[in-house]
Design a protein. Structure first.
Length: 285
């Protein structure tokens, strides 16, 4: 299921004579492509104003944060970024001024590539659906309905094929986690069945911590987890304020809906991660 990352790893290893550093350069290039796509989207929706460039500066501070040094220094980390890259490319394809058929082919190609990059790539299909259905001036009225139906059908087929036969984690716990320990005995799904409200609340706190982790981890504070959660809450609050202002000004569908989809994608990804969690005893989530 990690088809594209494995192809990239094999090709890069042969091309570089086994130099793992090449994969770090690939990671940087993949994130640079995300940055370029977001700049193109902001310019497409808002024109070439100074505010767009300042927004792009803030985007790059988040994207290229040195706090995520593991992503820059470890091989294969590009695999975690690829779904976001293909999401950004998919949004650019939807907003490109081309006919409906090539637009669908291009967007579907990027979504499928995200599908076979990492598990959260499956979420591209539902995440960009609001753009397809609501964004003005990207599709004619008659083409929009056919586009949306075809998108839902293809997405359902792609996700079904991805998850078909994926019932259990095939990795042995000791091998997967690099140390001895009891096998996973408690899943988040089981916790949801036993304690739905408490588990949902814990999942929510986990999502907020994930939002803040990229900017709040590593600071000299007493509790990094609390600080990351605080940063995540601030980021989400700013997003909600921004979207509320856009809604009151009537700009959500005209210029803010791609950012709504990006926020939706990150929420769904965090939910995916938390639902996929297993418990291996105290301090071994």
């Amino acid at each position: 299921r990690l088809l594209l990352p494995r192809i990239i790893i094999i090709v890069s290893m042969f091309a570089s004579g086994g130099d793992y550093r090449v994969q770090s350069f690939i990671t940087f290039a993949v994130v640079a492509l995300i940055s370029t796509c977001l700049l193109w989207l902001m310019t497409r929706l808002n024109g070439t104003r100074k505010s767009v460039l300042w927004a792009w500066v803030l985007v790059n501070i988040a994207l290229f944060s040195p706090i995520q040094f593991h992503n820059w220094l470890w091989p294969m980390q590009f695999a975690y970024f690829l779904p976001y890259t293909f999401l950004a490319l998919c949004l650019c394809a939807l907003y490109a001024r081309i006919a409906a058929l090539p637009k669908f082919a291009l967007a579907a190609l990027f979504a499928l590539a995200g599908n076979y990059s990492f598990v959260q790539g499956n979420l591209i299909w539902p995440a960009v659906l609001p753009v397809i259905v609501f964004a003005p001036d990207i599709l004619a009225k008659q083409a929009r309905k056919k586009f949306a139906i075809a998108w839902l059908v293809l997405g359902a087929v792609a996700m079904t094929l991805y998850f078909r036969g994926l019932e259990h984690n095939s990795a042995a716990p000791d091998y997967a986690y690099g140390h001895e320990g009891v096998p996973p005995t408690m899943s988040t799904l089981h916790q949801l069945q036993e304690h739905p409200l408490e588990t949902t609340s814990r999942m929510g706190r986990f999502v907020i911590a994930m939002f803040g982790n990229a900017i709040g981890r590593g600071f000299p504070v007493a509790n990094n987890l609390v600080f990351s959660s605080l940063c995540g809450a601030i980021v989400l609050a700013l997003a909600i304020v921004g979207l509320t202002v856009a809604w009151k000004r009537g700009l959500v569908f005209r210029s803010a809906i791609p950012w709504v989809c990006l926020l939706l994608f990150t929420f769904l990804t965090a939910a995916f991660v938390s639902v996929g969690g297993v418990w291996r005893g105290d301090y071994q989530p």
